[in-house]
Design a protein around this ligand. Structure first.
Ligand code: NDP
Ligand code: KPL
Length: 363
């Protein structure tokens, strides 16, 4: 299948490399022409490192023209941080065509931002946008053209906008992720599966001391202690309460299952947490005020959860507490700079009107 992969971070390199090795025709788009030229000069490959060893994946195209990347792609994959979505969506919007599917792993409701950008660009093509709860690869770049994959997505709960197009959209996405895609309803349900805003805020704020003191700190190894896990579970309970109040059925993919040795498997294979900590790749230098854990998951992810909680009538004391702590750490008011239903253009809708819009799309 022809797949456009947008972005140049860990997730985009893992996606491009892994899907090329699986036999797909990969068109990688990056914003910086210099990075694209250098990658072409290197030969246009990505070295994928995993339990099977090291393999070179040859990409079909590497380009800084998003139109070229998207043209004739069946699936457009955007594994970029949520704060990049609006800019990328605006560039892609005029070029999207009937039948194409845009998939954001994960999304923070970015699937709606892509759909609205197409609409705002006057593009009336019948496209579907979709999102799931995590990146289908636990991945860190190892140098400029190599990426280590420590785990892969096994179950990807996926919501689609508009949800009336879900059967067609999920069939396309399923060709790239065989046996992993699980329909979870509309795009808001997909957004409410996102694990990043649950796992990262407690890890980075409760580890703020060691993160700032040491050159490198592994938030998943030494940084994941029982008190933090208890807070993460309580924060996750707020996310699940929002889902239930809005009528979304389970499974809700509680984050606790990610750490568990029995019970329901989570989104990655059962030993993923151990694989991740054993890799050593998450022993990182984190600049708290700049890192995506703060500016993506805490600022955008939790502010979005807070706004949906308000619509659903659910109390979310921990969501609010972490937003306040994040704002204090960064000196930025996340109530102003965050993502909300209003900031994506849905502030005027009540619950029923929102659910109809998510099912039907733009008229
Ligand atoms: N990595 C992982 O293991 C996991 C990641 N996730 C999630 O997956 C997503 C991707 O994560 P990851 O790849 O690690 O993140 P990175 O921090 O590696 O992504 C950064 C990349 O995003 C691209 N980017 C940033 N801003 C823009 C922009 N305005 N326009 C175009 N491209 C932009 C840049 O590409 P360029 O270099 O070309 O400029 C940059 O290299 C995030 O939502 C993350 O939370 C979830 C679970 C695991
Ligand atoms: C590995 C994981 C799931 C937790 O930090 C992640 O989201 C990341 O590295 O960005």
């Amino acid at each position: 299948m022809k797949i456009a992969v947008l972005g140049g971070g860990n997730g985009s390199f893992a996606a491009a490399g892994d899907l090329a090795l699986a036999g797909h025709d990969i068109r990688l788009w990056r914003r910086n022409p210099g990075d694209v030229e250098a990658h072409r000069a290197q030969g246009g490959t990505i070295e994928v490192i995993d339990r099977s060893g090291r393999r070179d994946a040859k990409l079909a195209t590497i380009t800084s023209s998003i139109a070229d990347a998207i043209e004739s792609a069946n699936l457009i994959l955007c594994p970029a941080p949520a704060f990049a979505q609006a800019a990328i969506a605006k560039l892609a919007a005029p070029h999207l065509r009937d039948g194409q599917v845009v998939f954001l792993p994960p999304g923070t409701f970015g699937s709606y931002i892509f759909a609205r950008a197409a609409r705002d660009a006057g593009n009336r093509a019948e496209i579907a946008t979709a999102e799931t709860g995590t990146l289908p690869w636990l991945a860190r770049k190892q140098g400029t053209y190599a990426v280590r994959i420590s785990g892969r997505g096994a179950r990807l709960p996926t919501g689609v906008f508009p949800s009336r197009l879900a059967p067609q959209a999920l069939a396309v996405i399923g060709r790239a992720f065989p046996n992993a895609i699980e329909p979870c309803g509309d795009a808001l349900s997909g957004a409410l599966m996102n694990a990043g805003p649950i796992i990262h805020p407690p890890l980075i704020t409760m580890n703020a001391g060691p993160i700032e003191h040491f050159d490198k700190w592994d938030i998943h190894k030494e940084g994941t202690q029982p008190a933090i896990r208890r807070v993460t579970d309580a924060l996750d309970a707020e996310r699940i309460a929002i889902r239930e109040a809005l009528g979304y059925r389970g499974p809700h993919f509680p984050l606790a299952d990610h750490y568990s040795r029995d019970g329901e498997p989570w989104m990655y294979a059962r030993d993923a947490h151990e694989q991740l900590t054993d890799s050593g790749d998450w022993s990182e230098r984190l600049i708290l005020v700049e890192h995506r854990y703060m500016l993506e998951d805490l600022r955008l992810g939790l502010s979005f959860l807070a706004s949906v909680a308000a619509l659903a009538g659910v109390q979310t004391p921990l969501v609010k507490a972490f937003l306040a702590i994040g704002s204090a750490i960064t000196g930025q008011d996340f109530a102003v700079t965050g993502r909300t239903l209003s900031s994506v253009g849905l502030g005027d809708l009540d619950r029923a009107a929102l659910q109809t819009h998510l099912a039907e799309g733009f008229k």
